[in-house]
Design a protein around this ligand. Sequence first.
Ligand code: NAP
Length: 246
Amino acid sequence: MIFNQKVSIITGASQGIGEAIARELGREGATVVLVDIQKEKLDEVAGRFQAEGIKAQPVMADVTNLHQVEAVVESAIKEFGRIDHLINNAGITRDSLLLRMKEEDWDLVLAVNLKGAFNFCRSVVKHMVTARSGRIVSISSVVGLMGNFGQANYAASKAGLIGFSKSLAREVAARGITVNCVAPGYVATPMTEKLSEEVKKAFLEIIPMKRFGLPEEIAKAVKFLCSDGAAYITGQVIGVNGGMYM
Ligand code: NAP
């Protein structure tokens, strides 16, 4: 197990890609701190993990709230003494054409998807700097690279995560901390389940591999970026998208 004694914080960990990432890191021996916004869902996933032999600690917090985020990080440091991996995964969509987009839908998507990563990075990085090591992986999206009809707010947040990560990567590289993004294509999760059959069909047509991705396939890329094998990789965006964007 490659992450024995390590501690990982994963946001948006109670379902979909976040759950798969937490499971992947947990199976490698990491203690996984599961952050999400709904208590029941969190307790359920933590229970499943514990039954699988994964060391999991559920913590309810809203990633948009800096005070709550700082409290999560300080309590993890108090309890475990270290944070080795931060995975900024929590994300939402509020799709509509720009002309009809409500201001609150712009603000909320930017707050969760981009400010949430700022809040966690700002709280965690000081501990990683002291430890002179750490891995930060943020889940961007293929949409942040290519744009998407009806997703101006989401695409802006996901492109913003890339610029944010590259900047932070430069600031902390000399302290032994790497900062990267994984940009998934279309992955079958509760987030994409709600799309119409017509939209799903249109996506399949532009994916050269002719299938949707699995949450576990995103988790494998995150695991690699957290592993010793990725020690010299920083400021990068790894696309996991079946060839949808090259
Ligand atoms: P998902 O199934 O909707 O899971 C996201 C999780 O984040 C949910 O448990 C959600 O809780 C939680 N969350 C939402 N707002 C939060 C907040 N303010 N604080 C804490 N947690 C919050 O999404 P997913 O498909 O697994 O996506 C995970 C990440 O991958 C997202 O950043 C997404 O943008 C990105 N991504 C997904 C795809 C895809 O095709 N699925 C493609 C590219 C990128 P609630 O359910 O209670 O809201």
